[in-house]
Design a protein around this ligand. Structure first.
Ligand SMILES: *[C@@H]1O[C@H](CO)[C@@H](O)[C@H](O)[C@H]1NC(C)=O
Ligand SMILES: *[C@@H]1O[C@H](CO)[C@@H](O)[C@H](O)[C@H]1NC(C)=O
Length: 394
């Protein structure tokens, strides 16, 4: 009975299309950005009362910046070695011994720019084995002086834990433990629940290092291979559980005791999750964006800051160009340090929704994290491939 067979095939086709419709719509929204957000089409927006690039030629390629409002300083996570080693974007320089290590910096934004107190590197002590430091997300628990760093160590990505001593002239981070775990394969960003518990995102399932094309397909098809893991290092052995999955899970931030926000870069949205008693997460809503969000931060005034990349092809072009600048000895000349891909920063609150704060194609590029000191009305934007950071006032 061919007609029945035809009917059942039709039924299967209808079910398949209906099933993939939300996915197709999501893809369409994300992929139209590739056309809509060409740099020449982007608006220039600047809602800050003032903003300027600072620490130029002193720090560059800063992925993360966290603000410790109580003490009026920021910790910047910067890695000039990213030009030669980027496990997320797939840069793996052959000569590993020429790849410079990254650094963490203490930046006291209330000090005068030229003051010696304004910027100082954190020194590291007791790092076991080969020292290799390519920091992405960092978090700091002020109560216990514990510093957590997602480190894309050349021998494998991990979360390193340090005790930070700020009492001396130079800040010293003493290594206390390294967390390597099968459920923390591609650690990107951290959000602390306490001095011993945190959420960490894994951006991809397929590592660029293992299978470049697969990782790209995962990004562009919006496959939910990224995860959020809950980690408790106080238990023995440590507890690690996957509590959520999302396409290209990137920044993570605790909005309040019951809500966690996760940036899904390739889905061009921020997802909001309800945190259950056992720390697992259930998605409740999402905030659609007109750009690919990178990192998130929450502020003491209750707002969520989102920073990201409006046009991934321009971003890819920047990375390719940067690679072409690498000299034989691994160095990158200063004229290549400027990022030429646009930045988008917005603010979200439950009451007012989304507000764009800053969109620029020329002033400050490749912006990936925005954070602010709500008490003093000062904020920073860091740029993954940019020279210096952007400092703004509300
Ligand atoms: C993003 O920002 C948050 C808070 O500002 C920080 O804890 C996190 O580690 C950052 N992640 C990355 C990848 O920069
Ligand atoms: C936490 O934030 C969410 C999202 O803004 C909101 O719906 C919820 O009411 C907040 N919960 C608390 C306890 O403030």
């Amino acid at each position: 009975m061919p007609s029945l067979r035809l009917l059942s095939r039709l039924a299967i086709a209808v079910v398949l299309v209906a099933w993939s419709l939300p996915w197709l719509q999501g893809r369409k929204a994300a992929l139209t950005l590739l056309v809509k957000n060409k740099p020449e089409n982007l608006p220039e927006i600047n809602k800050f009362s003032s903003s300027s690039s600072k620490l130029v030629n002193k720090v560059r390629n800063c992925e993360d910046g966290i603000i410790i409002e109580e003490d009026a300083f920021a910790i910047l996570s910067c890695d000039p070695g990213r030009d030669l080693w980027n496990t997320v974007m797939g840069t793996f320089h052959q000569k590993r011994d020429v790849i410079p290590n990254g650094k963490l910096w203490i930046y006291r934004y209330e000090e005068a720019d030229d003051s010696e107190k304004a910027l100082a590197p954190i020194e590291f002590a007791d790092y076991p084995g080969d020292y290799s430091f390519h920091p992405l997300g960092v978090e700091y628990d002020r109560d216990t002086s514990t510093l957590f760093v997602c480190n894309h160590h050349i021998d494998g990505s991990r979360v390193d834990v340090f005790t930070l001593d700020l009492s001396k002239n130079a800040a010293v981070a003493k290594h206390t433990r390294t967390i390597i775990h099968p459920l923390i394969r591609t650690p990107n960003s951290l959000a602390l629940l306490s001095g011993t518990e945190f959420y960490v995102t894994n951006d991809h399932y397929i590592r660029r290092r293992d299978w470049a094309l697969g990782a790209l397909a995962e990004t562009y098809l919006g496959i939910p291979g990224g995860t959020v893991a809950y980690v408790n290092i106080a238990s023995e052995p440590i507890e690690v559980r996957t509590v959520a999955r999302a396409p290209f899970a990137n920044g993570v931030a605790i909005l309040n005791a019951s809500t966690v926000a996760v940036a899904s870069t390739s889905a061009a949205e921020v997802r909001l999750y309800t945190r259950l008693e056992d720390n697992s997460l259930v998605q409740t809503s999402s905030i659609p964006l007109t750009y690919m969000p990178d990192n998130l931060s929450t502020n003491s005034d209750g707002s969520l800051l989102i920073a990201g990349h409006p046009h991934p092809p321009t971003f890819d072009k920047l990375i390719k160009y940067r690679r072409s600048c690498i000299a034989e000895d691994g160095s990158v000349p200063q004229e290549c340090w400027k990022a030429t891909s646009p930045t988008w920063v917005s603010k979200w609150t439950a009451e007012r929704g989304l507000e764009d704060l800053y969109v620029s194609t020329t002033e400050y590029g490749s912006g990936c994290t925005a954070a602010k000191d709500a008490k003093r009305g000062v904020g920073i934007v860091t740029g993954l491939y940019e020279n210096g950071i952007l400092v703004w006032r509300e």
